[in-house]
Design a protein around this ligand. Structure first.
Ligand code: DLZ
Length: 166
């Protein structure tokens, strides 16, 4: 079996149910060149999957550390939001800042998803170099924003299936 290297090849993306889904996208502005490419990849994929432009709620935050709290703020402010995609790019520097931010963001995003029982997607690059980030935001390793959006649509489909089994 071929090793799964990315999530961009999900074939269930297009679904008429997606037209009714309201999806939040929170984008970190740190390493903005990278995160704007992730944002474009995510938005294009969601539209391709049948989500309507009016149902996309895009917000920007200063850095990745702010992603979990912003996702929670959005879910608190708008109970009609079906899923949130968090996009960011953390690049290793000379200090341990990287470790603290990456760990806090990963744990925080997981926590928000569990607390609100909606898909909250981890679309955060954690890279050793700027080159690795470029490679994963529309370069030779694809676009992780596309994968985050595909994951989101797949989770919404799984949730629908769970409701249909009740
Ligand atoms: C401070 C900081 C540093 C050093 N590096 C990054 C990074 O590589 N990627 C990122 O998204 N954010 C970084 N930040 C900012 C923090 O995420 C956060 O915005 C600040 O610590 C303020 O809470």
């Amino acid at each position: 079996m071929k090793k799964k290297e990315n999530l961009s090849d999900i074939s269930i993306l297009k679904n008429s149910n997606n037209a009714n889904c309201k999806i939040g996208i929170i984008v970190s502005m740190w390493n903005e060149e990278v995160t704007s490419a992730l944002e474009k990849g995510a938005v294009d994929t969601l539209l391709e999957g049948g989500v309507t432009k009016n149902n996309l709620l895009v917000f920007h935050v200063p850095g990745s550390f702010e992603l979990p709290s912003a996702a929670a703020m959005l879910l608190e402010a708008n109970e009609n939001v079906d899923a949130v995609i968090c996009l960011g790019c953390i690049i290793q520097g000379e200090t341990r800042h990287f470790e603290f931010i990456a760990q806090a963001v990963a744990n925080g995003i997981a926590k928000v998803g569990i607390e609100y029982t909606v898909p909250v997607i981890f679309g955060v690059l954690t890279c050793n170099t700027a080159e690795q980030a470029t490679d994963r935001s529309g370069g030779k390793h694809g676009n992780k924003g596309v994968e985050a959006a595909a994951t989101c649509l797949q989770m919404l489909q799984t949730q629908r299936e769970m409701h249909n089994r009740r």
